[in-house]
Write a protein that binds this ligand. Structure first.
Ligand SMILES: C[S@@+](CC[C@H](N)C(=O)[O-])C[C@H]1O[C@@H](n2cnc3c(N)ncnc32)[C@H](O)[C@@H]1O
Length: 299
């Protein structure tokens, strides 16, 4: 069983990777990693993404002071202590691009059509609760955009409305950023100036989401491919799962969408990314057309 060297003493060992050209990932080891990653989190590295995986793995290998890709693979695969390392592997291999107000037509459909419809179907006058899930939330921009737009446009209309927004992602580091709720200019580049002024505290070039918006949200790590973890995600009225299906193969897409279907209440809506579709993945939803976007409704 491969034991890891102490990272503190690993710098000399790692040096061989830093000087000269990048050490090549052998094809058979690439296949092993590809299968391991696919089985663990559904992400499938196509042949043309080999170089990307190579450089991402190298960062961990360098940090840990391991001698080869093979050794890192053996450690992940066979060492019981490696479950902790898995979270750093996810951090290394995931692509976390996101920003506030990324999909404005969806947000518009949410507040003008979807939430009023969902609330009307609940048929409970007075105090009403809405549960929204930002699945694959990355660093939280999507979840906070939803919280902001609801605060601004719906809270005044529905004074008794209680909203709970849960953001989840497989990458623990982006979840920590989401919890902190502090962002740089790049993340808010698409945010209307009015929202920027009203819903963020600005200091030292940073933008922090204000406490009332933070209090509508919570964040935790969760793996969309994991049956056990997904069983705990229930009773949602609306789910956003955008720009993550693209990293999965058909089998994983079907599995994830099935999980999300089970997590939705009857009458609830799923929104996916602008460039994504459920065509060939699921026939369980009804497609609902909104201006410049579509939603998937669980009847
Ligand atoms: C490109 S970001 C999308 C962020 C946001 N939904 C948006 O559209 O702006 C994709 C996110 O999916 C996450 N991810 C990838 N595989 C996952 C899995 N199996 N379970 C949960 N999250 C996953 C990544 O860590 C990454 O943060």
């Amino acid at each position: 069983m491969t034991e890891l060297p102490n990272p503190v003493f690993s710098q000399i060992n790692a040096f061989q990777y830093k000087s000269g050209s990048q050490v090549k990932l052998p094809d058979d080891v690439f296949d092993n990693f590809r299968k391991f990653i696919y089985d663990s989190c559904g992400i499938y590295f196509q042949d043309n993404k080999k170089y990307l995986l190579e450089s991402r793995l190298l960062k961990r290998i360098n940090f840990l002071g391991i001698n080869s890709y093979e050794e890192y693979y053996d450690y992940l695969k066979y060492n019981p202590a490696s479950s902790r390392e898995k979270k750093y592997l996810y951090e290394a291999i995931t692509i976390n691009e996101t920003f506030f107000f990324r999909n404005q037509p969806q947000l518009e459909a949410l507040v003008t059509r979807v939430i009023p419809e969902v609330l009307a179907s609940k048929l409970k006058p007075g105090k009403q609760k809405l549960r929204i899930w930002s699945a694959a939330s990355s660093s939280g921009e999507e979840a906070y955009s939803v919280a902001i737009i609801i605060s601004d446009l719906l809270k005044p209309k529905y004074p008794g409305l209680e909203v709970e927004i849960v953001g989840t992602d497989i990458n623990h580091a982006v979840i920590d950023t989401a919890k902190a709720g502090v962002y740089k200019e790049y993340s808010v580049r698409n945010t209307p100036a009015y929202y920027l002024k009203k819903y963020f505290n600005q200091y030292d070039g940073s933008y922090e989401v204000i406490p009332p918006v933070k209090s509508m949200t919570s964040f935790k790590t969760a793996n969309l491919i994991d049956d056990f973890e997904m069983k705990t995600m229930t009773n949602f009225d609306i789910i956003f799962c955008a720009n993550v299906l693209i990293y999965f193969d058909l089998k994983s897409k079907i599995k994830v969408i099935n999980h999300l279907y089970n997590s939705l209440n009857k009458g609830g809506y799923l929104f996916i990314g602008y460039a994504e579709t459920l065509h060939m993945i699921s026939k369980a939803f009804n497609i609902v057309n909104f201006p410049k976007t579509i939603g998937y409704k669980k009847e």
